[in-house]
Design a protein around this ligand. Structure first.
Ligand SMILES: Nc1ncnc2c1ncn2[C@@H]1O[C@H](COP(=O)(O)OP(=O)(O)OP(=O)(O)O)[C@@H](O)[C@H]1O
Ligand SMILES: [Mg+2]
Length: 280
């Protein structure tokens, strides 16, 4: 993989970090607390017309961790992702990235994406008239550093990365298929593949298996376990079989705060979790 030919998307955060202004620096004390965390969310509140979608939310994700987030409708799961990706500004609280080195609340969505935080919304957004390969190629070219885009040409290393990604997302034999002809699940995988082309350090997935067949859901679980070997992944899901299959630490959100956190067996047996979510 470390080929001279490779567009160093993963290396992009380094210069961004070095050149970041005083604004994005955080106190040494907070950085110490955030050691070994990729994402540090502490005391975050977001209110819409007085209603607290997030209420003193605190959540810490370690480097390389796979974390599942569950909770009833309206618990604040998507809002949490909106805050991390800069779509929504918190009214108060800390949101720090990469061992506390970057204050995400000071950055806009494009800058946050450039740091290496990829996000997938529920609805797949692929280019239907392009092939699987072309969609991935396009995602590779969407390097937001202008110089890299101007100088870009698809070298052997990039082509290999596209091939690897096609394998990872289970579309190796659909290389020349137009995205519009894929099943709903395959489109979701393709979009995950497009995010991977940007080599994110942290990947946020909002209900990735909604609308998938059982077979596609199972394949997605395997895929995410693979993907999570090289990066941190946060998955929001309602499908408890899928959550169990991931075998990751589970955080239960309720009314904008963490209600419980632990293994799937632990949270499934928690009386409060059963009352507000699982027992419905
Ligand atoms: N832009 C907004 N303006 C007003 N209210 C909002 C806005 N975004 C979210 N909310 C409210 O905040 C609460 C949390 O919503 P959010 O979408 O984060 O929930 P969720 O946990 O993702 O739920 P679901 O499981 O249904 O996707 C909801 O009551 C929602 O109506
Ligand atoms: Mg949601």
């Amino acid at each position: 993989m470390p080929d001279a030919d490779t567009v160093p998307a993963a290396a992009a955060p380094a210069p961004a970090n070095k050149s970041r202004g005083r604004n994005t620096r955080v106190s040494e004390a907070k950085a110490r607390l955030a050691a070994n965390t990729i994402l540090y969310v502490d005391g975050v509140t977001v209110a819409f017309d007085g209603f607290r979608a997030l209420n003193e939310l605190s959540l810490f994700i370690e480097k390389g961790e796979l974390r599942t987030i569950i909770g009833p409708n309206g618990a604040g799961k998507t809002t949490m992702m909106d805050v991390v990706t800069g779509k929504t500004r918190p009214d108060k609280g800390d949101v720090l990235f990469d061992e506390g080195s970057v204050d995400l609340t000071r950055l806009d969505e494009a800058a946050i994406a450039n740091l290496g935080i990829g996000r997938k919304f529920q609805k797949p957004t692929v280019f239907e008239h392009l092939t699987v390969f072309e969609n991935l190629e396009l995602a590779l070219k969407t390097d937001r550093r202008i110089l890299a885009t101007l100088l870009f040409r698809l070298g052997a290393a990039q082509a290999r990365r596209i091939d690897e990604t096609m394998g990872l997302i289970g579309l190796g034999d659909r290389r020349s298929a137009r995205a519009g002809t894929l099943s709903h699940g395959q489109k979701q995988w393709l979009e995950i593949g497009m995010l991977l082309m940007q080599e994110p350090q942290l990947l946020l997935l909002d209900e990735p298996v909604a609308g998938m067949t059982d077979h596609e859901t199972e394949a997605t679980a395997e895929m995410l376990l693979d993907i999570a070997r090289e990066r941190s992944v946060i998955v929001v899901e309602h499908d408890m079989e899928f959550v169990r299959r991931l075998g990751a630490k589970v955080t239960v959100l309720h009314e904008g705060s963490v209600l419980a956190e632990g293994s799937i067996d632990y949270v499934q047996n928690d009386a409060r979790v059963i009352e507000v979510y699982l027992g419905r």
